[in-house]
Design a protein around this ligand. Sequence first.
Ligand SMILES: Nc1nc(=O)c2c([nH]1)NC[C@@H]1CN(c3ccc(C(=O)N[C@@H](CCC(=O)O)C(=O)O)cc3)C=[N+]21
Length: 283
Amino acid sequence: MTQHIIDGKQLVSDIRGKLKEEIDALAAEGFRPGLAVVLVGEDPASAVYVRNKAKACEQVGIYSEVHRLPAETTQAELLDLVDKLNRNTSIHGILVQLPLPKHISEDAVIDAIAVEKDVDGFHPINVGNLSIGKPSLLPCTPAGVIEIIKRTGTDIAGKRAVVIGRSNIVGKPVAMLLLRENATVTVCHSRTANMKELCREADILVVAIGKAKFVTKEFVKPGAIVIDVGINRLDDGKLAGDVDFADVVDIAGPITPVPGVVGPMTITMLLQNTLQAAKTLRG
Ligand SMILES: Nc1nc(=O)c2c([nH]1)NC[C@@H]1CN(c3ccc(C(=O)N[C@@H](CCC(=O)O)C(=O)O)cc3)C=[N+]21
């Protein structure tokens, strides 16, 4: 019984295939979307993601450039680069990889990115537009989560959705997007009482808490959709999600394994955002 395990490869290749068609059509008109990725310092995990992003861009025909800056880069130097990228007309998306070294204010850097080029959807204007239901660039992981749920064939409207985690980059925006799809949304966090009982009410359970194998079968209603956003490196070097997959897989409905679905979908949504930004900026 594995047909309810969501196939990330299939999902991602479907969407990237459609993006490529659209990008090829733009190329025929002499226009090419461009993404700039900025990496400050030497975090090895970040280096892997940045390489994956560049590879994905190449796959669909998006121009990409990676700016690797030393860990000692000052905030002023980084802001100067962001300013140049804001004014560079062949760049339509700017992603500054987080976290940044402690001497640089992430807020200051995010605020400096042109709203139209903010393909992470982290700028306060994009966050605000999401929350009041106006068009905006959506944060990639949350947008990917909604896309995954929709592609299971589920009608989100009227469903009970529970999100575990309330971060600005995943939990809160996922809750906003589920609300926009007319789910009834509950957000759980470290101070939530009766978390298992609340989660067991969920038709859709999204887990972004950052604790390996936190969610066991006592959290899951039989047949519920389980989306695991966690990526935790275990002592043995393997990756594990926030969901104890082996424990939950037999009781859950459609479920995402880690690695394989949410991560690659995040990158796919980054490609989609870059295309969207490019079309907007082109006018
Ligand atoms: N400004 C900014 N935007 C981000 O979107 C951003 C960021 N900073 N900082 C770091 C996190 C992390 N992140 C991932 C994206 C894809 C995978 C991914 O594709 N993971 C593969 C496995 C990769 C592996 O083997 O390590 C998977 O889950 O199947 C993982 C993590 C984006 N992030």
